[in-house]
Design a binder for this molecule. Sequence first.
Ligand code: ASN
Ligand code: ZN
Length: 332
Amino acid sequence: EKVQTAAGTGTGVFVGNVPLDTTQSGSSFQLKDASRGGQSTSDMNNGTAGSGTLFANTSNTFGDGTVSNRESAAVDAQFGAAKTWDFYKSTFGRNGIRNDGVGAASRVHYGSNYVNAFWSDDCFCMTYGDGSGDTHPLTALDVAGHEMTHGVTAATANLNYSGESGGLNEATSDILGTMVEFYANLPSNPPNYLIGELINLRGDGSPLRYMDQPSKDGVSADNWSADVGNLDVHYSSGVANHFFYLLSEGSGAKTINGFDYNSPTADGSTVTGIGRDKAAQIWYRALTVYFTSTTDYAGARAATLSAATDLYGSGSAEYNAVAAAWTAVNVN
Ligand code: ASN
Ligand code: ZN
């Protein structure tokens, strides 16, 4: 049978109606993307073992936006993997999570009432639960970008997932996952500095995390202190998320795409942002060139200053903004 790339479409729970590069095998169209390293999405059918069943149909139109249609979450996952691939390629010239041209598989409908999503290096795959009551899939775009960025971190700095390096690992996923959201710029998901705002994990419409002022979640750290490494890595990440917001957008109040932010500084200083695109280049270079598995917050300051020197020069406005933003979160 002839196997070839086809132009499919899908309607996800979160992404709305989107184009999808699919694979035609005879009369069957598979959710498999040969133009992006063979990335595919499979149905775990509420199990937790194995690689699941590759999504395929004869219409080349996947999902209808409802969670009861098993293909809808798969459309989100497949599209999220495609946007993450495209973001890394076009922004950093990175060819896939391991920079080896190989696409990652995605698995949806994992387990029952599974309220999480995770990356695994073992299967080189991305997994999504269906959330509480199996009615709130975790397949939002910033979650996809966050989780797959764990794969990029594992393939590069390999930051230990505990203490301050663990906070930097988590923040790297929040930062670059957010950049995936800005890159995609979907009308169904206006990009923002909130994490997980669409998956409604708490049931009250609040996001999981806030980058402008991480402490808004009641538990994350805004600024460095000597005991920040004792926090859960999803809370110690706040220091770097706050740094990244300040470096991108600056301190104080600001509205972007209809989202209101207010980013304070630890020392009352005013930080002027350099824009998120430059901030992301600095973070990615620090991650891939200077961070090691044991980098802590002081090391991250030094690494991002080295990256800013490489990219923009040591006396540049960008270099000075990196220094000012770290100082503003008490990393001196
Ligand atoms: N969703 C969680 C995270 O990416 C799962 C995990 O691996 N800790 O942080
Ligand atoms: Zn994470």
